[in-house]
Design a protein around this ligand. Structure first.
Ligand SMILES: CC(C)(COP(=O)(O)OP(=O)(O)OC[C@H]1O[C@@H](n2cnc3c(N)ncnc32)[C@H](O)[C@@H]1OP(=O)(O)O)[C@@H](O)C(=O)NCCC(=O)NCCS
Length: 160
């Protein structure tokens, strides 16, 4: 049984490990300043999953931004949560860690009075699509050739 905890990202101590998890799990990689900027703007929306031991290895993360834009649910111009990136190390998958990270993001958004959320996911990424559907997201539209390798993105949205 893997014991882990979900906690807020720490800019001083976690950046290298989070960047490492991102680079082994996803083709979309970002420079350090990008992670730090997201954390600066909305610290409660950036969370990590950490093994519950002395050394506390980081095994997953999610980062979220708050944007202003047209509601996908008829609320007019409003605040929208945008899940920018989420990943869990291969070895620790199917343990509900991503679900808990998403729950942390949603909680943080609700505390900022954000009522809806969206994200992009590769058409081929069935694992992630299943995860989001399980959490109540549905397909809003397809963004053709969204990714640099030409793959399209499914834009998924949910009320929270
Ligand atoms: C997608 C990802 C974050 C899921 O992380 P995870 O911690 O394994 O997910 P969870 O254990 O919380 O899964 C919750 C539900 O999502 C669905 N799901 C997750 N992984 C799945 C898979 N490989 N196949 C099918 N469904 C899957 C299931 O419905 C699962 O519930 P269940 O295990 O009770 O059936 C992880 O596979 C990952 O890091 N992938 C690479 C990075 C990535 O694709 N990020 C998303 C970019 S949009």
């Amino acid at each position: 049984m893997v014991k882990y905890r979900i906690r807020r990202f720490n800019q001083e101590t976690d950046i290298d490990e989070v960047q490492q998890v991102n680079s082994v799990c996803l083709p979309e990689n970002y420079p350090k300043f990008f992670f730090l900027e997201i954390a600066d703007k909305f610290p409660e929306g950036f969370n990590v999953a950490e093994i519950d031991e002395d050394l506390g290895e980081i095994i997953g993360y999610e980062m979220t931004r708050i944007e202003r834009g047209l509601s996908n649910f008829g609320f007019g111009i409003c605040k929208k949560g945008h899940i920018i990136s989420i990943a869990v190390l291969d070895k620790y998958r199917r343990l509900q860690i991503a679900k808990k990270l998403m729950a942390a993001a949603h909680d943080a958004l609700r505390l900022r009075a954000v009522r809806e959320v969206y994200l992009e996911v590769r058409e081929s990424n069935q694992a992630a699509v299943n995860l989001y559907q399980k959490l109540g997201y549905h397909q809003h539209k397809i963004s053709r050739h969204y990714y640099t390798d030409g793959e399209s993105a499914i834009i998924m949205v949910s009320k929270i």
